[in-house]
Design a protein around this ligand. Structure first.
Ligand code: IDP
Ligand code: MG
Length: 151
């Protein structure tokens, strides 16, 4: 990992998969020069989703969130990314997201906001270990990175 990067967890949610936005969303991060270290498609079991969103379990929308997130496959990604990953995602409410962000460009409802991104280094570490086994994460040098993305 380059010095300025941290690992984060990005996920295209079921609506993003249904709406064929997987490539678009991945491309945004790739084009910025972020390094992909893990990738898989899966329909998440209920227990995994409950652990992933455990901080929200008392919120009134939690049952709907579980139904939404379990409604179909998601695409989970581990990325080495600088802090701006979250800024590229936009606000939780897509209508408050600036145009140019993923949520600002592709969606309108908080309950259908197409993509997840970790909100801190600590939650990224927790989420990566929930969604990926160590053996599913790739260790390699991105040559473009070391030479052309960072100076
Ligand atoms: P985040 O995804 O921007 O980090 P969180 O507050 O962590 O936002 O909430 C997780 C997800 O739960 C949101 O992305 C959204 O899909 C859903 N959610 C959050 N707040 C609401 C709400 O008020 N109504 C419906 N769904 C919500
Ligand atoms: Mg969150």
């Amino acid at each position: 990992m380059a010095e300025r990067e941290e690992r984060t967890f990005i996920m295209v949610k079921p609506d993003g998969v249904q709406r064929s936005l997987v490539g678009e969303i991945m491309e945004r991060f790739e084009q910025r020069g972020y390094k992909l270290v893990g990738l898989k498609m899966m329909t998440a079991p209920k227990e995994l989703l409950e652990m992933h969103y455990h901080e929200l379990r008392e919120r009134p929308f939690f049952p709907k969130l579980m139904a939404y997130m379990g409604s179909g496959p998601v695409v989970a990604m581990g990325m080495d990314i600088v802090a701006q990953g979250r800024a590229m995602l936009g606000a939780t409410d897509p209508l408050k997201s600036a145009p140019g962000t993923i949520r600002g460009d592709y969606c309108q409802a908080t309950g259908r906001n197409v993509c997840h991104g970790s909100d801190s280094k600590a939650s990224a570490a927790r989420e990566i270990s929930l969604w990926f086994k160590d053996s599913e994460l790739s260790h390699y040098t991105n040559e473009q990175h070391t030479k052309w993305v960072y100076e």
